[in-house]
Design a protein. Structure first.
Length: 297
C-alpha cells in the first residue's frame, strides 16, 4: 500500500468483483511510528460513508521490507544477467540471505544467457546446489521464457511476488514479456479483504488473478545494503539453506563453519556440494555481523 497526496488506494471485495476506495489512514499510525505499506491487508472504517473512509487497522504482517516498502511478500524473482552487466554474486547472496530471514522464497532468474552461456550455466549450478529454483533465459531469443511463464502460472496463486534486479539486467523487458497485458508503471491495487497499492515511483502492485499480485519496483536493485543489520550473527547459518541443512553434522558443536577442522560445511565445499562462491559470501557476511556492535543497530 502506498501514499499519494495523503491518500491511500485500497482494493475491496464487492460481490463477485473488486473496486477501489481512496482513503486516509488514522493519525494514530503516525503517532505510533507505523504506516500502511504496499501489500498490507487493512480494515476500513466506512461508518461516515465511503467518501470519508479511513484505514482503521493494519492486519498482522508475515514480513515487511523497509526499502522498498513492501509487506507480505511470498516470492522474489532475483533477476541478473549472464553478462552486460556481469552479476555480483556476493550481492545476490546477501539478498537471498535477507529473503530467507524474512520467509520470502528467492527464485533465481538468469537473463541474457545468449551473451555468456558458460557463465549462465555456472550460476544455475551454483544456486541449484543451494536448493533454489533457477531459470536461465533470453528475452532476445525466447529461450526459457515458457519455463518461467509456466512456473508463474502454477506457483503464484494467492501470492504476492516481485522482481528484483540491478539496473541494466533486463528486468523490465522480461516483466513486459511475461505480463504483456499489464500497464507497468501505472498504479494499481491489491488483495483479499483490502489490499492497497503504492502509487509513487517506488512500488506498484498489480493484480494478476483474484488473489495473486505482482509488485513492480522501479529502482529495486537489491535492497538497501549499506547497513547490514537485518539479523544477528547466530541467525546467519539459517539464511543459507545448504548450510542450514548440514547444521549438527560438524565435529564441534560451536562450529562457525568458516574453516574449522571437521566442519561439515567446509568439507561439502571441498567436495563441490556447496558452491565455493556461496561459502565465501557466508564468510564475508559472518565477518560483517561479527564486527557490528549491538548499538550500531
Amino acid at each position: 500500500m502506498g501514499l499519494l497526496g495523503g491518500l491511500y488506494t485500497v482494493r475491496v471485495k464487492d460481490g463477485e468483483g473488486y473496486r477501489e476506495i481512496s482513503c486516509r489512514a488514522r493519525g494514530v499510525f503516525r503517532h505510533g511510528n507505523q504506516s500502511p505499506m504496499v501489500g498490507d491487508d487493512v480494515i476500513l472504517d466506512v461508518s461516515d460513508g465511503e467518501q470519508n473512509a479511513v484505514i482503521d487497522e493494519i492486519c498482522d504482517r508475515k514480513n515487511s521490507l523497509i526499502r522498498p516498502p513492501l509487506a507480505n511478500l511470498d516470492i522474489i524473482f532475483v533477476t541478473m544477467a549472464a553478462s552486460s552487466p556481469k552479476p555480483m554474486l556476493d550481492m545476490t547472496d546477501k539478498l537471498t540471505a535477507i529473503l530467507e530471514h524474512n520467509d520470502i522464497t528467492p527464485v533465481i532468474v538468469v537473463g541474457k544467457c545468449e551473451l555468456d552461456r558458460e557463465y549462465a550455466a555456472l550460476i544455475k549450478e551454483t544456486y541449484e546446489k543451494a536448493g533454489y529454483k533457477v531459470f536461465v533465459l533470453s528475452c532476445a531469443t525466447g529461450e526459457g521464457i515458457n519455463e518461467i511463464q509456466n512456473y508463474i502460472n502454477t506457483s503464484l496463486d494467492g501470492k504476492i511476488a516481485a522482481f528484483a534486479g540491478a539496473s541494466g539486467v533486463g528486468k523490465s523487458t522480461l516483466m513486459n514479456k511475461l505480463f504483456p497485458t499489464l500497464e507497468l508503471g501505472t498504479g494499481d491495487v491489491s488483495r483479499k479483504t483490502a489490499r492497497g497499492k503504492h502509487t509513487t515511483r517506488a512500488v506498484t502492485l498489480f493484480p494478476l488473478e483474484e488473489n495473486s499480485f505482482l509488485a513492480d519496483t522501479p529502482g529495486f536493485s537489491m535492497l538497501d545494503f549499506e547497513r547490514f543489520d537485518f539479523f544477528d550473527l547466530e541467525q546467519l547459518p539459517l539464511c543459507f539453506p545448504e548450510i542450514n541443512d548440514r547444521i549438527g553434522e560438524c565435529k564441534y558443536t560451536k562450529c562457525t563453519h568458516l574453516r574449522e577442522e571437521g566442519c561439515a560445511i567446509v568439507e561439502a565445499v571441498g567436495r563441490g556440494e556447496i558452491a565455493r562462491s556461496r561459502h565465501e559470501s557466508y564468510v564475508s557476511l559472518y565477518e560483517t555481523l561479527k564486527n557490528k556492535h549491538k548499538w550500531d543497530k
